[in-house]
Design a protein around this ligand. Sequence first.
Ligand SMILES: CC(C)(COP(=O)(O)OP(=O)(O)OC[C@H]1O[C@@H](n2cnc3c(N)ncnc32)[C@H](O)[C@@H]1OP(=O)(O)O)[C@@H](O)C(=O)NCCC(=O)NCCS
Length: 158
Amino acid sequence: MLQYHWRCWAEWRPESWELNLVAVRDGVVVGTQGVSGREFGVGREVSTGSWLGRAHHGQGLGTEMRAAVLYLAFTGLGAEHAVSGAYTDNAASLGVSRKLGYRDDGIERHVVRGKPAVLRRLRLTAERWREHHRVPVRIEGLAECLPAFGLGDHRSGA
Ligand SMILES: CC(C)(COP(=O)(O)OP(=O)(O)OC[C@H]1O[C@@H](n2cnc3c(N)ncnc32)[C@H](O)[C@@H]1OP(=O)(O)O)[C@@H](O)C(=O)NCCC(=O)NCCS
């Protein structure tokens, strides 16, 4: 896990970045929430991925974590689309996507531990996000970081 995070830091470039944040509750790290972009300054699309410790599942935290990075993406960075994906048996992840307004975006067939598995791709537009966004989020200190996301002098209203 550490190697993965070190690699993401080392390989960060404005045209290809992956920001892995942690979710903290009562001073304890309970999960990680990632958001990534490739040629984001032009394409305006992000991808997300989340992991929450088992003891913290089913309490709405997964929804809050994803909503937080979607706020960063759409309001802070000016994203136009966000994509995600979950295997068909991952009801919790699909539940988070449903609540936040994602729509189906096709499937991918993978092989997981030697067995076929279907991944449902999901896509959220800025317009749908504005309709479904309910979680209050505050961003601090973003302006100085915008060039690192490939945004030059872009300024958000956040
Ligand atoms: C995916 C994950 C982040 C979701 O977090 P969570 O905090 O458990 O989800 P929430 O409590 O916010 O639930 C979101 C919705 O899904 C539903 N849901 C949650 N777990 C569910 C389950 N096991 N079965 C059916 N529905 C479920 C909830 O009821 C909720 O909908 P509702 O508010 O309308 O009732 C978490 O389960 C996780 O880390 N899983 C392992 C890693 C993983 O699969 N990551 C995603 C890879 S694509």
